[in-house]
Write a new protein. Structure first.
Length: 341
């Protein structure tokens, strides 16, 4: 019964437009999804895909997919990117698809100190099938039988498209980075019902961290995949969307070609609603050579959902980085010190 209640709540939240965007634990492996200012931030050409299966222990699944490609144009100090996102909730066959174009500009503030500005415009599509849903108004309290008509003003198959806009800023030097991004700036109407208005809340994110070199000054080159890299990075990512807020705190140890990571997700500070410990995320990533990297992470649920045996979340990322086009300055020590995954 707990499983049914959880799923119904999730679906109804999605219909009303108060649901959170799909999230990734390996958000630095989905850089354009995190912040459009990260387009071209590796100063290379990069192609990547992400897959997330959330709460597989439930009868109904929540899956997310993301794919992106970005490229840095050295002659224009600019990055360009293309991103595709899709999330699916199986009970109502509710899916959200997005295809977007991103652009960023890098301004030099010092020897190895930079400020990037980025923007993204997207086409969004929401599709749902409500023919299989059962509402409380259909259930007879005495017999438990299910009637045919719910009284809800919902068609069986519904679709809604709209434009969406995002903006971001990212600062970095050799050892630290800090970024701010805003998605759904215009808070577009996502209601399936004609004449009704349900806005998609703006999503705000503040993210940053610091990197420590443990290799004693060993040279590194991502393009040539040189060994000898030993780094520790500490980072955070705070997100706010409508009534929801979330904080990720984590660390990643990079011992080329292996990356090990650990994240805490939740809100450790108590308020009138109490603390909200959501999950502990463990990660392992490996650079396979030639610019190919693969990461796997698992979210271990520590919230009240743990009693429902939801099964946590599995996530996989694959990226391929290379130099393409006019690569003057390519192969140098990268100016972005942030997390690998």
């Amino acid at each position: 019964m707990k499983k049914v209640v959880i799923i119904l709540v999730l679906v109804l939240l999605g219909i009303q437009g108060f649901a959170q965007d799909a999230q990734y634990s390996q958000f630095y492996a989905a850089p354009l999804y995190l912040n459009p200012a990260m387009a071209g931030s590796t100063e290379m050409t990069q192609i990547g895909v992400n897959y997330r299966n959330q709460w597989p222990g439930l009868d109904q699944s929540i899956t997310s997919y993301s794919a992106f490609a970005d490229h840095y144009i050295f002659s224009a100090n600019s990055g360009i990117g293309l991103i595709f996102n899709r999330s699916e909730q199986s009970m109502a066959n509710l899916s959200v698809s997005e295809i977007g174009l991103a652009y960023s500009y890098r301004a030099r503030l010092g020897f190895r100190s930079f400020l990037r500005f980025g923007g993204q415009v997207s086409y969004m599509d929401r599709d749902a099938y409500f023919g299989n849903m059962i509402f409380g108004s259909q259930i007879d309290d005495a017999s438990g039988s299910i009637g045919d008509f719910s009284g809800e003003n919902l068609g069986q198959d519904m679709r809604h498209q709209f434009a969406d806009y995002s903006f971001g800023v990212l600062y970095n030097n050799e050892h630290a980075w800090f970024g701010i991004s805003a998605h759904h700036i215009t808070q577009p109407n996502i209601s399936f019902l004609e004449g009704e208005f349900s806005e998609l809340p703006m999503k705000l994110s503040a993210h940053g961290g610091v990197k420590f070199d443990l290799s004693g000054g060993a040279f590194r080159s991502y393009y040539n995949q040189n060994s000898g890299v030993r780094e520790l990075a500490l980072a955070f990512n705070y997100k706010n969307q409508g009534p929801f807020q979330q904080l990720d705190l984590g660390a990643q140890l990079n011992i080329q070609p292996l990356v090990l990571g650990l994240w805490y997700r939740g809100l450790p500070i108590s308020d009138e609603m109490g603390t909200n410990h959501e999950s502990i995320v463990s990660l392992v990533g490996i650079s396979l050579g030639g610019g190919l990297s693969v990461g796997y992470s698992y979210d271990y649920v520590v919230s009240s959902l743990a009693s429902a045996n939801v099964g946590g979340a599995h996530e996989i990322s694959i990226r391929y980085s290379f130099l393409a086009g006019d690569s003057a300055g390519g192969g140098r020590k990268t100016s972005m010190p942030c997390f690998k995954y």
